[in-house]
Ligand binder design. Structure first.
Ligand code: AKG
Ligand code: FE2
Length: 332
C-alpha cells in the first residue's frame, strides 16, 4: 500500500489533486481484464510457427510461462516504487553511475543523461520519469544508499533471467527466419542490455500529453513488465489497440534491429503510452546487438548498432525526432 507523495514528482507534474489520488488499492490489482487479440506465446512449449506469425503480423506478443519468478517481479516493482516515492531532489542527487534518473523525455545519451535540455521544448514533455539501468556496468558498482543497493541487486538478478529468456526467443526466431546459426549466435550482445523502470505520473489533463509518444524501439527485443493500470497501445492494421495488463505475463516487442536482421519480415512495432488518472509503473528490458557487429540484410546498407545509435542520437538532437531504419535503406 503506497501513498502518493507530492514532493516526489518533478515540479511540472505537480497537479492540484496529486495528494488525494493514487492509493494503491487491492481491488484494482485483482481486477480481471479481458484478453485482447495480442498473440500469446508459451515459452515452455514454444511453437516456432506461432512465434514467427506473431513477429511478422504483430511485432508484439504476450509471453506466458516465462520462468521468471513472480516474487522477483513483485519485489522489483515494490523496490522501484519506493525509489520513485523519494523526493524529486533526492532522486536527482542519488542516482549517478550505472543507474541514472531521468524525467520528461525517454531520449537519453548512452551514459543515461537527457539528450535534449527539457527547456528547449516544454510543450513536448513526456509525462514520465524513470531510472535507466546499464546492466553491463552494474556489477562493480555498489550504492551506499541501502534502498538503491537492493534495487541494483534485484536488477542484476532480473537482467540475468531475462538474458536467458531473450536468448531462447532469439534462437527460435533465428531458426524461424533460417538465419545462418554460425552468424546469428554472435548477434545478440551478452553485455549491452539495459533496463528502464518507469513511473507515469497521475495526469488530470485530457489533452495531447503522452507518457511516451509513438515510437519503435531500437532494440532487437524489448521485454515489458507492466502493472495493472494499462495505457500501452500498439498500432495494428491502421488502428491503435490497448495492450491489456494480464497478471503473470510479459510483453515482448520486436525492435528495429530485429526488423533489419529479418529483412523486414518481422515488424518493429509502433507503440505509445497514454497517461491515466492513476499512476502507472512499468519495467522494460532492452537487448541489442554488439556495438560493432555488422548487420547484413538485403533491405539495408550494412551497418552496426553503434552506427544506428549514433544516427538516432544525431537526428533527435538536430530534428527533435528519431528517423530510424529509413536512414539505412538501400535506396535512401
Ligand atoms: O512503459 C511501457 O508500457 C512502454 C515502454 C516503452 O515503450 C519503451 O520504453 O520503449
Ligand atoms: Fe518502446
Amino acid at each position: 500500500m503506497y501513498k502518493m507523495n507530492y514532493e516526489s514528482y518533478p515540479p511540472p507534474f505537480r497537479q492540484e489533486n496529486n495528494h488525494i489520488q493514487n492509493i494503491d488499492t487491492d481491488e484494482t490489482t485483482n481486477q480481471v481484464l479481458d484478453l485482447d487479440p495480442i498473440p500469446l506465446i508459451d515459452l515452455q512449449c514454444l511453437d516456432l510457427d506461432q512465434l514467427g506469425e506473431a513477429c511478422r503480423d504483430w511485432g508484439i506478443f504476450r509471453l506466458v510461462n516465462h520462468g521468471i519468478p513472480d516474487t522477483l517481479l513483485s519485489q522489483l516493482q515494490d523496490q522501484a516504487k519506493k525509489l520513485f516515492y523519494l523526493s524529486f531532489e533526492s532522486k536527482q542527487a542519488l542516482f549517478t553511475g550505472p543507474v541514472s534518473y531521468f524525467w520528461g523525455t525517454p531520449a537519453l545519451s548512452p551514459s543515461g543523461s537527457a539528450l535534449l535540455p527539457l527547456s528547449s521544448a516544454p510543450q513536448n514533455i513526456n509525462w514520465v520519469e524513470g531510472f535507466n539501468v546499464r546492466l553491463g556496468q552494474l556489477s562493480p558498482f555498489q550504492a551506499e544508499e541501502p534502498m538503491l543497493d537492493s534495487f541494483r541487486l534485484l536488477m542484476e538478478e532480473y537482467g540475468m533471467h531475462l538474458s536467458i529468456t531473450v536468448s531462447t526467443i532469439f534462437k527460435a526466431t533465428a531458426k524461424n527466419l533460417n538465419l545462418d546459426p554460425q552468424k546469428s549466435v554472435s548477434i545478440l550482445s551478452k553485455s549491452s542490455g539495459f533496463i528502464r523502470a518507469y513511473r507515469y505520473p497521475f495526469c488530470s489533463k485530457d489533452n495531447d500529453t503522452w507518457g511516451l509518444n509513438v515510437h519503435t524501439d531500437s532494440s532487437l527485443f524489448s521485454v515489458l513488465y507492466q502493472d495493472h493500470i494499462g495505457g500501452l497501445e500498439v498500432f495494428k492494421d491502421g488502428k491503435w489497440l490497448d495492450v491489456n495488463p494480464i497478471p503473470n505475463s510479459l510483453i515482448v516487442n520486436i525492435g528495429d534491429m530485429m526488423q533489419a536482421i529479418s529483412d523486414d519480415e518481422y515488424i518493429s512495432v509502433r507503440h505509445r503510452v497514454k497517461v491515466k488518472k492513476q499512476e502507472r509503473f512499468s519495467i522494460c528490458y532492452f537487448v541489442f546487438p554488439d556495438e560493432d557487429c555488422v548487420i547484413q540484410s538485403s533491405k539495408y546498407k550494412p551497418f552496426t548498432y553503434g552506427d544506428f545509435r549514433a544516427q538516432v542520437q544525431h537526428d533527435i538532437k538536430s530534428l527533435g525526432l528519431k528517423v530510424g531504419l529509413e536512414r539505412f535503406k538501400v535506396d535512401h
